[in-house]
Design a protein around this ligand. Structure first.
Ligand code: GLC
Length: 394
């Protein structure tokens, strides 16, 4: 079998294997576990990625997966980062999880809000599902702190990029994966994870590039005004040719170079000259992101680049290895801008790694060695790279 055929077969196998169905009181749920044993609950953005791939194998499951997120939605439109359908968090996890109590049904924090876009790709028109509109309204009302259409996060893990080194200048010892992280959780619990209260209490709150890329895709998928112009206005660094997050209070823009600085490549309305700079100066640069299996989650030349996934008892994610969702998102930009040969090269690297190693959580960018959790569901996005759809995703 070709590597592409093997990757496609593996994607379908893992999605089917990880599918779970059940009932929680009155509510029925069904979703794809991110990884059996390691990640038993429903994670918001994992489900969005899984649904995107389910559409090609069993479209009814794509809808059911996203319907489960909507079934967990609060009346005010909020949908949490993690939904605890099947069991409560342990006492130990209470230190690290953004829940009000052990009995909590979901976290009080968000994950990158791509639900509306995933619905558009995998199910249909989000405008026909009022709960999605309510979800977007909640995000705008509670997280657009500056009124320019961009969202702000209150913890590193809200970006999905948990322990990325780019958060260290912002949260210091309280960043994810650092010793003080439970103190951040504790403080935000006291402040009700309310972004405005957190900002008033001295912050920090962060306008983050990946969150706002996926937010802009969701807005566009729902026929709402795009957030891309505001993203460029606020986060584009013309001199460096990269997107850097903004911290408030204070307005600092730490310039740690991670793949998220390239994430806006996924935006169909990104100005072309910006896209070309991201690609030519950075993505295709071997000293930064153009590795055998690209793009590494942290630029090769950065201090703190750990391509082998790091060592030690605490797992620290997003510090060097390549994740399939990131590869797919930047590949969208390569294709849109006409870098066909490079898009194929990037796809071949990821497809080859998945074919050889199976669907792992992330891969060593130098040789594609599989790392982290096994049978990791969103790595099924390799199917999009192995067998690209003829139409775009919006
Ligand atoms: C890790 C990742 C996060 C993901 C979760 C479940 O925490 O950093 O993005 O949602 O695992 O797969």
């Amino acid at each position: 079998m070709s590597e592409r055929g093997a990757a496609l077969a593996e994607a379908e196998r893992v999605l089917r294997q990880n599918w779970v169905v059940g009932r929680h009181g009155e509510l029925e749920f069904s979703y794809t576990e991110p990884s059996p044993h390691r990640y038993p609950w429903q994670w918001y953005w994992d489900s969005c990625f899984a649904a995107i791939v389910w559409r090609r194998f069993e479209p009814a499951r794509a809808r059911a997966e996203l319907e489960s997120l909507l079934a967990a939605q609060r009346r005010d439109g909020f949908v949490g980062h993690t939904i605890f359908w099947r069991s409560h968090v342990s006492l130990l996890r209470l230190l690290f999880y953004n829940v009000t109590s052990r009995k909590a049904f979901q976290t009080e924090t968000i994950q990158p809000p791509l639900l509306a876009w995933a619905w558009r790709v995998a199910v249909g028109d989000p405008r026909e599902e009022p709960r999605i509109g309510a979800h977007l309204d909640w995000l705008a009302a509670n997280r657009d702190l500056e009124g320019d259409g961009l969202l702000w996060i209150v913890q590193p893990d809200e970006s999905g990029l948990d322990a990325s080194p780019k958060f260290e200048p912002v949260w210091g010892r309280r960043a994810n994966g650092r010793i003080g992280f439970p103190l951040l959780v504790h403080r935000n619990r006291r402040l009700g994870w309310d972004a405005r209260r957190i900002r008033e209490a001295g912050g920090p709150v962060l306008c983050e590039a990946l969150v706002n890329t996926l937010w802009s895709l969701s807005l566009q998928a729902s026929g709402r005004p795009s957030a891309t112009p505001a993203l460029v206005e606020r986060l584009w660094d013309e001199r460096r040719g990269l997107f850097f997050d903004e911290v408030q209070p204070g307005g600092a823009q730490p310039d740690v170079v991670t793949w998220a600085a390239l994430a806006p490549l996924a935006l169909p309305d990104l100005p072309e000259e910006i896209g070309r700079r991201l690609v030519e100066e950075h993505l295709l640069n071997e000293g930064e992101f153009w590795t055998a299996v690209a793009p590494p989650s942290v630029a090769v030349g950065e201090r703190g680049y750990e391509p082998g996934g790091g060592h030690g008892p605490i797992r620290r994610y997003w510090r060097g290895p390549t994740w399939v969702n990131s590869a797919w998102l930047v590949w969208l930009g390569l294709r849109r801008l006409g870098y066909e040969q490079q898009a194929r090269q990037l796809a071949d690297g990821v497809v080859g790694a998945a074919a050889r190693e199976g669907l792992r959580e992330y891969y060593d960018p130098r040789d594609g060695k599989g790392l982290g959790a096994n049978d990791f569901a969103w790595s099924a996005l390799v199917a999009e790279l192995a067998d690209p759809p003829s139409a775009g995703y919006l």
